[in-house]
Design a binder for this molecule. Structure first.
Ligand code: SF4
Length: 250
C-alpha cells in the first residue's frame, strides 16, 4: 500500500465522523482491512460502526491468555449483540512454553525486558499474523489517552507492518466516545465502571485514580515513557508519530 495515500486521504477523513471515515476508507482502499480490538470502549464503538454498517472490514482480537474474565464475557456479549464472530489470534505454543520456562508464570514483573518479552510472545507475534497481507489496519487509538499517544494521527503509513494504519478516533475525546456509546447502547466492559479506563491483560492493568492519565493503569510499575506494549511502535521500538491531530471532538 502506497504511503502517498496518507496525504490523499487525511484531508478527506478529517471533517468526517466515525461512520463516514470507515466508509471512506473501505471504499478507497482495495484489499483486506483488519480492525484489531481489545474490547476497550473505543474499540467497542468502532466495532459497532463496522457491524451496523455491514462494512467489509475483518474484526479480530488477540487472546493473550491473560485477559480479565470481564473481557471474555464482553467478547461473547458483543458477538451475540451483532451476530458476528470476532476472529482470534493466539500466542504460539512453543515460544510461550519457552517463555514461561525461562521467566516463570508472572515473570513480566521482574524487568522491562521480561515484560517486553512476554508482550512479544503474547501480543506482537500474534498481531503480525493477523496483519499479514493486509492493506490497512484500523485501531482505537486516541491522541489524548496519554502523552506517548499525543501525536497519533488519523491515518499514517506503518513502516513496521508496511500498511496504512487508520485511527478513526484519533481526535475524539473520551467524553465524546462515552456519549456515543451511551447513545447507541454499545456493550462495554463492566470494569470501566470500577475505574479501569484502559484495559489489557489482568496482571498488568489496574484501576486509575481521578486525574490520572487513562494509560496510568497499564504496567504501572514502569516509567511512563516505556509503557507501550509493542503493538503500536515502529521497527526501532519508538512510538510512531504522525501529523498533529485535529482539535479534539467534544
Ligand atoms: S500485558 Fe502483561 S501479561 Fe499481557 S502480554 Fe504484556 S506483559 Fe504479558
Amino acid at each position: 500500500m502506497k504511503p502517498s495515500l496518507v496525504e490523499t486521504l487525511e484531508p478527506r477523513l478529517a471533517p468526517l465522523d466515525l461512520d463516514h471515515r470507515l466508509l471512506l476508507v473501505r471504499e478507497f482502499i482495495p484489499g483486506r482491512i483488519v480492525f484489531t480490538t481489545s474490547f476497550g470502549i473505543e474499540d467497542q464503538l468502532i466495532a459497532h460502526s463496522i457491524f451496523t454498517q455491514g462494512l467489509d472490514i475483518d474484526v479480530a482480537t488477540i487472546d493473550t491468555g491473560r485477559l480479565f474474565p470481564e473481557t471474555y464475557e464482553l467478547w461473547e456479549r458483543t458477538e451475540a449483540r451483532y451476530a458476528r464472530r470476532i476472529r482470534a489470534a493466539y500466542p504460539q505454543a512453543a515460544p510461550l512454553e519457552a517463555l514461561i520456562e525461562e521467566q516463570g508464570i508472572n515473570g513480566f514483573y521482574k524487568s522491562i525486558e521480561a515484560r517486553k518479552a512476554c508482550c512479544h510472545v503474547r501480543k506482537v507475534e500474534p498481531l503480525s499474523r493477523l496483519l499479514a497481507g493486509v492493506s490497512a489496519w484500523v485501531t482505537g487509538l486516541r491522541a489524548d489517552q496519554s502523552d506517548a499517544r499525543g501525536d497519533v494521527a488519523l491515518i499514517a503509513f506503518d513502516a513496521a507492518h508496511k500498511l496504512l494504519k487508520l485511527n478513526p478516533l484519533a481526535d475524539y475525546s473520551r467524553d465524546a466516545v462515552v456519549a456515543a456509546v451511551e447513545e447507541f447502547s454499545v456493550p462495554i466492559n463492566d470494569l470501566h465502571a470500577k475505574g479501569f479506563l484502559s484495559i489489557g491483560c489482568a496482571p498488568c492493568t489496574r484501576a486509575v485514580l481521578p486525574g490520572e492519565s487513562e494509560r496510568a493503569g497499564r504496567w504501572w510499575w514502569e516509567e511512563d515513557n516505556k509503557k507501550e506494549c509493542g503493538l503500536h511502535v515502529g521497527e526501532d521500538g519508538v512510538l510512531r508519530r504522525g501529523p498533529p491531530p485535529h482539535e479534539a471532538r467534544q
